[in-house]
Design a protein. Structure first.
Length: 515
C-alpha cells in the first residue's frame, strides 16, 4: 500500500497552510456571491496542486512548502532578498534549503562549508549556469552563459593578467584617472546626492574598464561614456520588466524601461564600432587590449567562437556591467560609512598623511595603511554587496551536506550568510573595521572561509584583483582631497535595496576640499 510519512515539522506546515486557506475561503464565501460549484472546483484544483507540491517536495532538501501558482515567490518582494532568506529560512531549515521560484525548484546554500562543498569540491557538477531569464536581456550567451565559458574565461584572464592585474602600466592609468576623478568632484558644489557620486565615480571605474577592453579612456562628458553608464540601468530595468508578464503591451512604462532602450542601442553600436576600428588597425603580434586579444584568438587558432562578433559584444557588455556596478556601488557604500562614522574617515586620513602625504597614491601604499585596508574589508562585508552569486545548475544527481539534490535543479549560493556568521564575525550587525586588525593594529587579510565577496570556485569573479586595486586607490585619493559630512538622516546597510547588487538607498552629503 502506497504511504507517505511526514515529519512533525512538515505536518505542522501542512496543517498551518490548510488552516490559512480555510480562513481565506471563509472570507470569500462571507463577502462575495460566488457559484458554489465554482468554489468547489477551485478548492479541488487548489488541493490537487497543493498535494502535488507536497509530493514533489520529498525529492528536495527541507524548506518552506511552495504555494500553488506562486511557489515561494513572495520572497522576491523583500528589500534585501538574500538577508530575508538567511534570517527566515536558513535559521529554520539549515544550510541547504529548497524552494520554488518562478516555477523552478531551487536549492540555496548557506554558509561557507555548504558553498565550498558545491563550488569547489564538486565543481564538475555545479559550475554550469542555468538558462537564465537574464539571457533574454543580453541576447547572446557571452562569458556568463556560453557553453564555451571556460575558453572565454581563460582568454579574459589572460587579458587581465597582461593588461590589468598587478601591472604597473595599469596602475599608472588608474593614477591618471584619479586626477580626472578629483577634478570632476571638485566641480560639484553644495549638498550632493549619493546618486550623483555614483555617476561621477562610475565614470572613473568605467574608464579603467575602457582601458582594458578598448585600450583608451573617454571624457566624462563623452556621449559614449554616458551611454555605457546608463547601460547598467537598462539591464536592471529590462530584468524587472521580464518578470512582469506582458509588460511590453502595457500602455504605460512604470519601470522606465523605454527611455533606457536608447542607451542600450547606442552602447551596442559603440561596441560594434570599436570592434570594427580594432579589426582595421589590428596587429596580431601586438595585442593592445581585450578586443585585440579576442580577434587574434579567432585568426590564429581558427576558433569560430572568437570569430563571432555578437558573442564578442555580449562578452564586452557583461565585463562592463560586472566591473562597473560592483566597484562603483562599493565606493558609494564606502562614502555612506565615511559620513556615518566620521572617526573612520579621520583614521583613514591620518594614515594618508603618514604614508602618502600630498603625492598620488599608489598600490604599494596599502602595505603601510592597515586601517584603510580593514575599513575597505568591512565595507565589503557589512554592505552585503553581492548577497547571492548568480545561479548555477546541478548537472547530475548528488548530495550536499547530507541532502539529496536532483539533476537540473537551480543552485544559489547565499554569500550574505558568510558575512554574518556570528562564529566568524561576532556582533556581525555592527560596523567594526577593527575586526580585521590584530592586537598590533596590523591588517589581517581574511581567509576565503571568512568572506566570499567575489564568490569562489571556477566561476569566481575574474576581475577581483583589478577591483581591489580600484577600491583602494580611488578611495584613498578621494579622502586625501576631501572631507565628507552627512546631511539629514543617515542610512544603514539594512535599508539597502537589491537589484544586481545590494545598493544603498539615496542619501545626502556635503564635502569640502582639505587644506
Amino acid at each position: 500500500m502506497f504511504c507517505i510519512h511526514f515529519s512533525e515539522q512538515v505536518y505542522i506546515q501542512i496543517m498551518s497552510a490548510v488552516e490559512n486557506f480555510g480562513y481565506v475561503l471563509e472570507y470569500v464565501l462571507d463577502y462575495v456571491e460566488i457559484n458554489v460549484l465554482t468554489v468547489a472546483l477551485g478548492l479541488v484544483v487548489f488541493v490537487l496542486l497543493f498535494w502535488s507540491s507536497i509530493l514533489e517536495k520529498h525529492k528536495y532538501p527541507p524548506g518552506p512548502i511552495p504555494l500553488p501558482f506562486i511557489g515561494n515567490g513572495y520572497s522576491i518582494f523583500a528589500k534585501n532578498k538574500s538577508q530575508f532568506r538567511y534570517k527566515n529560512w536558513s535559521r529554520k531549515y539549515g544550510n541547504v534549503v529548497s524552494y520554488v521560484m518562478f516555477g523552478q525548484w531551487t536549492v540555496e546554500l548557506f554558509g561557507y562549508d555548504a558553498i565550498h562543498e558545491a563550488f569547489v569540491e564538486r565543481s564538475d557538477i555545479f559550475s554550469n549556469r542555468e538558462a537564465h531569464i537574464l539571457q533574454k536581456v543580453v541576447k547572446a550567451k557571452g562569458l556568463i552563459f556560453s557553453d564555451d565559458w571556460k575558453e572565454l574565461r581563460r582568454q579574459a584572464l589572460t587579458v587581465f593578467r597582461d593588461h590589468g592585474m598587478g601591472k604597473l602600466v595599469m596602475e599608472a592609468k588608474i593614477i591618471e584617472e584619479q586626477e580626472y576623478l578629483i577634478g570632476k568632484l571638485s566641480s560639484l558644489k553644495g549638498t550632493q546626492s549619493s546618486d550623483t557620486f555614483k555617476l561621477v565615480v562610475g565614470g572613473a571605474v568605467s574608464n579603467v574598464i575602457n582601458q582594458v577592453v578598448f585600450g583608451r579612456r573617454l571624457d566624462y562628458e563623452d556621449v559614449d561614456l554616458k551611454c555605457l553608464r546608463f547601460f547598467e540601468a537598462y539591464y536592471v530595468a529590462a530584468l524587472k520588466a521580464l518578470l512582469i508578464p506582458g509588460y511590453k503591451y502595457l500602455p504605460w512604462d512604470p519601470i522606465g524601461l523605454r527611455p533606457l532602450q536608447l542607451y542600450e542601442r547606442q552602447a551596442r553600436e559603440f561596441f560594434r564600432s570599436e570592434v570594427e576600428l580594432h579589426r582595421k588597425s589590428l596587429d596580431i603580434n601586438e595585442p593592445r587590449d581585450y578586443i585585440d586579444t579576442f580577434l587574434i584568438e579567432g585568426i590564429k587558432n581558427g576558433n569560430s567562437l572568437f570569430s563571432d562578433e555578437e558573442e564578442l559584444c555580449s562578452t564586452i557588455s557583461q565585463l562592463y556591467i560586472a566591473g562597473y556596478d560592483t566597484t562603483s556601488t562599493t565606493l558609494t557604500w564606502a562614502l555612506l560609512f565615511l559620513v556615518n562614522y566620521p572617526q573612520c574617515q579621520d583614521k583613514i586620513h591620518e594614515e594618508i598623511c603618514k604614508t602618502v602625504g600630498s603625492r598620488a597614491v599608489c598600490w604599494k601604499d596599502r602595505v603601510s595603511m592597515h586601517y584603510t585596508q580593514a575599513f575597505i574589508q568591512e565595507v565589503l562585508r557589512f554592505s552585503g554587496l553581492t548577497g547571492s552569486a548568480l545561479s548555477h545548475v546541478c548537472t547530475a544527481d548528488t548530495v550536499i551536506q547530507g541532502h539529496s539534490i536532483p539533476k537540473g535543479c537551480r543552485i544559489m549560493a547565499n554569500l550574505y550568510s558568510t558575512y554574518h556568521d556570528e562564529s566568524v564575525f561576532p556582533e556581525s550587525y555592527l560596523f567594526k573595521s577593527e575586526r580585521f586588525l590584530n592586537s598590533d593594529g596590523e591588517f589581517v587579510k581574511p581567509t576565503g572561509k571568512q568572506m566570499l565577496p567575489f564568490s569562489l570556485g571556477k566561476r569566481a569573479c575574474l576581475g577581483e584583483g583589478l577591483a581591489r586595486t580600484e577600491l583602494f586607490m580611488f578611495l584613498v585619493s578621494i579622502v586625501q582631497q576631501f572631507h565628507f559630512t552627512a546631511v539629514g538622516e543617515t542610512k544603514s546597510a539594512e535599508e539597502g535595496i537589491d537589484v544586481f547588487t545590494h545598493s544603498p538607498l539615496p542619501f545626502k552629503y556635503t564635502f569640502c576640499a582639505r587644506e
